[in-house]
Design a protein around this ligand. Sequence first.
Ligand SMILES: [Ca+2]
Ligand SMILES: [Ca+2]
Length: 71
Amino acid sequence: MKKLVMSVFVIASSFSAIAADDFATLDVDNSGTISKEEAMQNVSLVHQFKDLDADSNGELSKEEFANFKAS
Ligand SMILES: [Ca+2]
Ligand SMILES: [Ca+2]
């Protein structure tokens, strides 16, 4: 039970207090691209996702992410 409470806390804090805004942190599965699901970690990134995804493949490469402006 204690373990569950801890993981909920970790998830909650990663979504609110610490807004991930660097490529390595956002690329949770280390695939080298940021999927839409991974982009969910950062609200501003979700809003800019479509514009940033220059080749419209549904994922952000490091080059595409370079245009992201963290607010
Ligand atoms: Ca990824
Ligand atoms: Ca892309």
